[in-house]
Each structure stands twice: as C-alpha cells, then as structure tokens.
Design a protein around this ligand. Structure first.
Ligand code: NAD
Length: 441
C-alpha cells in the first residue's frame, strides 16, 4: 500500500536520480505530534495598511511563543508567511501582496505555511472592496502551486467581528495538522468562541460518534478525536466486528455494530446515544461502473450509504435533541463530488449531495448553535486506493502540489479542527484535503 516512489525519491540514491531526470519530487511532509511547536521557525507577518487582523494575530503568536518578524531578514528562513489583506479596499491596493510576497518568496522553510487573511467578498463595504478581496484567491492558489517543498497556502476570509474567532483556524493552518491541505478558501464567521483549556486536547469532555470507524480514514478519525480528548463511539457494520473492536479498544471508546442502511438503524441509534457533541459521517462505499453499465442496485446502495443515511441520522439527532448545544456535524465528501469522475456517477452524485447537505443545513442549524461542515479528500493512501489500477493510482498520487497521496490522519486532523470548540463560527465550509489536486481545482 505504501508509496514506493516517494520512499525512493527521498533516499540518497533517489534524490540524485529524481533531480537529474526532472521527475516529481515528493517532499516529506511535517505532520503534527502532540507537544510540537506551532510552527517550524519564525513567522513573517505583514499587513496592508488598515488591516484589522495583524495586530491581534501578532499578539496571539507571541503569546504562544512564536517569534514574529515584520521585515524579511537577509538569509532568514520562516516557518510561515502570514499576510493580513483585510485593509485592501480596491484593486490598486493589491500591490501590497506583491510587495510582501516577492521579497519573501524564497524564504519559506520546507513544509512551511502561507496564510492570507481577508474579508469575505459578500461582507465587503463596496463592490470595489469585494472585487479586491475576491482577487486574493488567485494569489493564494498560485502560491500553493509555485512554492513546492511541502509549503501549503490558504486564504482565510474572516467576517468583521470574527477577529477573536480565528484562533483555532490559524493554529490548524500553521501546524503540521494541515500537512495535506493546500489551496483552500476557508470562511470564519463573526462571534466569540470558547477557548479550550488545553489546545493540545481541545475535545476534552466531548463525545463523538464516528461512522465507518473500523478501518481506513474512519479509524484515523477515531484515533485523532480521542487523542484530542474526545470520548469516541466507533460505529461500523457487524461484519467489521473484530477490526472495530480493535479501534474502540485502542481509543478506550465504545464499539457500535450497526449497518446504517438497516431499516431499524435510526431507532437503534436513538436507543444508544445520549448527549452527543460531535458526529462524523465517514462511512462510505464505491460501486463503480459507467452509468451505461450500472445496475440499479449499485446506484441505490451508494446514494443510500453515502448520502441518505447522513440525512436520516441528522434528522434523528435533531428531532430527538440528541446532539448537544454547540454540536458539530462533519460530513466526508470527496473531490469526485466536485470534479466528477469517470465510472463514478453514483459516487460523485452522493458526494456532491454531501456538499449540498452542508450548505443547505448550515443556516438552519446556525439557529441552534450547531455547525455543519465537510471535508473533501483527494487521493488518500487506504485499502480503497490501493486497489486502483496502477496507472490511475500513480496519476492520483502525483497530480497535486505535494506530488504524493495524503494519509488518513490528514483527513482526521481537518475533521478535528472543525469539531473544536474554537471553531464555533465555522459552518457551511467544504475543505479539500487533497494536496491541491488538479482535479476540479
Ligand atoms: P474504507 O472502505 O476503507 O472504509 C469505509 C468504512 O465504512 C468501512 O469500515 C465500512 O465497513 C464502513 N461502512 C460501509 N458501509 C457501511 C454501512 N452501511 N454502515 C456502517 N458502516 C459502513 O474507505 P476509506 O477509504 O477509509 O473512506 C472513508 C470515507 O472517505 C468514505 O466516505 C469515502 O468515500 C471517503 N473518501 C475516501 C477517499 C480515499 O482516497 N480513500 C477519497 C475521497 C473520499
């Protein structure tokens, strides 16, 4: 299942061969370990005049012990380049981006970070400001493709009034938790968010249900949520019993054997769940065929497991009041739901539906103080992708800014950030965990 090419490219012999032949060069990505410093090196922090975020951000970074620089030092290497673009109110002001990033472009460390902060165009005070703020997307996505060496680049739109709510997102994006997230646009709403007592265990005291938790991405989600302090209920089909028990034991959680498509699944869930804080809809299946060759059972089963079951469970939790105030719902979509994929009309329909579910439910749930978001994984190294034909598998692995597939833990870290108490004003977002895959970009 491992990526043999990446191992070779990172070996003593491989490095030379890769360089000589101009082959894809997958860097080793910095991934989070508890206790790690937030960044690997100092942060270069810049701002366009009038920006409202650089100040609070500078204070936050200094408070957690990160060294902050305001001008590029000769030969200095930064763990992150952060630019507050909220002061840009028309297109001529975009020059501030060039003035910051041009001299700093070669000063990022491997697996470094670029974060640009802006105002959501829909919250801008004028069409000119909205235009300039929308333009930021082009810069951040291009930097993700230019910088290489595992450096990620994101745009975070912070609603006016959301200045103090941005901390969980900044922490996620600067740390090794977001190793395989790049080229994303994230929206943080206004409001004040609770601050976890311990940022290394932000989910302490929370109960989380993870579906499809016996293996692959679901098992990683169970482990990461537990590592971050949550009590985990790991759900999977009865046939996955042994693997499920292993995961549940490892995380000192509970196992729940249940087929989500069974007629009595909602009733059985209602019997066993009280006081849930987090639900992660991860269970999913593929039944690939072109639509011309697809029988109706392939269509029906994929839509039912991947989409309709999420709707049924959400309805149940909300109707019976089983999800606590401040609850978090996270769906697992796919970049196939954004780009479409040959042979996956059923799967892509279900995953685009998950995105629709998130977007349509976010305003409804906001009234109850519940957030709903989705991750859209790209090529992730699991049993599912190990079964792909060689040519397709290699294509999926290399056609992204990281020249490698992601790991289940990368998806799990993104879900844990959505689930964090500090992410209370983040809702209706779909964040790709795809290393900035070219598919549907
Ligand atoms: P996987 O097949 O390894 O794991 C899926 C789990 O869901 C299995 O343990 C399975 O038993 C469980 N499950 C399936 N049907 C169920 C049902 N009716 N009731 C309860 N549990 C059920 O898959 P994975 O690669 O870990 O993928 C997890 C999620 O991520 C899926 O939603 C998948 O579509 C999505 N995804 C994966 C990738 C990837 O590259 N692996 C990419 C994009 C999206």
């Amino acid at each position: 299942m491992g990526d043999r090419y990446a191992n070779f490219a990172n070996s003593g012999l491989g490095r030379g061969v890769v360089k000589r032949l101009g082959l894809p060069d997958p860097p080793r990505l910095r991934r989070y370990q508890p206790g790690d410093p937030l960044t690997d090196g100092p942060v270069l922090l810049g701002a366009a005049p009038g920006g409202r975020l650089a100040d609070p951000l500078g204070k936050l970074l200094s408070a957690v012990g990160v060294e902050v620089a305001e001008t590029v030092g000769d030969g200095d290497r930064y763990g992150a380049l952060v630019f507050d673009a909220t002061g840009i109110t028309d297109s001529t002001g975009l020059r501030a981006l060039y003035d910051f990033f041009h001299p700093a472009a070669r000063s990022g460390r491997g697996s470094g970070r670029v974060v640009v902060l802006g105002t959501p165009p829909e919250a801008a005070a004028s069409p000119r400001e909205a235009t300039a703020q929308r333009a930021l997307e082009g810069l951040t996505r291009s930097i993700g493709k230019e910088f290489g060496r595992g450096i990620t680049s994101q745009l975070v739109y912070v609603e006016p009034g959301g200045e103090s709510a941005v901390e969980s997102t900044v922490r996620f994006l600067l740390s090794g938790r977001s190793a395989y997230v790049s080229g994303q646009v994230i929206r943080v709403g206004s409001g004040v968010t609770p601050t976890p007592a311990d940022w290394d265990r932000p989910l302490e005291g929370k109960t989380a249900l993870v579906t499809g938790a016996a293996r692959g991405i679901g098992a990683a989600i169970a482990r990461v949520l537990a590592r971050d302090g949550a009590e985990v209920i790991a759900l999977d089909v009865p046939g996955a019993g042994d693997a499920l028990a292993t995961v549940a034991n490892d995380v000192r959680g509970r196992a729940l054997q249940l087929d989500l498509t069974a007629a009595d699944a909602p009733a059985r869930l209602a019997d066993r769940l009280v006081g849930l804080d987090i639900i992660v809809h991860n269970a999913g299946i593929t039944r690939d065929k072109t639509i011309a060759r697809m029988d109706e059972s392939r269509w029906d089963s994929v839509i039912d497991v991947n989409l309709s079951s999420q709707e049924r469970i959400n309805d149940l939790l909300l109707e019976r009041g089983l999800l606590n105030a401040g609850g978090r719902i996270v769906g697992v979509a796919s970049i196939a739901g954004i780009a479409g994929n040959r042979g996956q009309t059923n799967y892509a329909t279900s995953k685009a539906g998950v995105i629709g579910l998130v977007q349509s439910m976010a305003p409804v749930l906001a009234k109850k103080g519940i957030t709903i978001n989705a991750v859209a994984p790209g090529f992730i190294e699991t049993a599912m992708t190990a079964k792909m034909p060689l040519f397709l598998r290699e294509g999926g692995r290399r056609m992204n800014s990281m020249s490698q597939g992601g790991l289940p833990v990368d998806v799990a870290e993104t879900i844990s950030w959505f689930a964090s108490p500090g992410s209370a004003t983040i809702t209706g977002n779909v964040v790709r965990v795809c290393g900035q895959s070219l598919l549907g970009a």
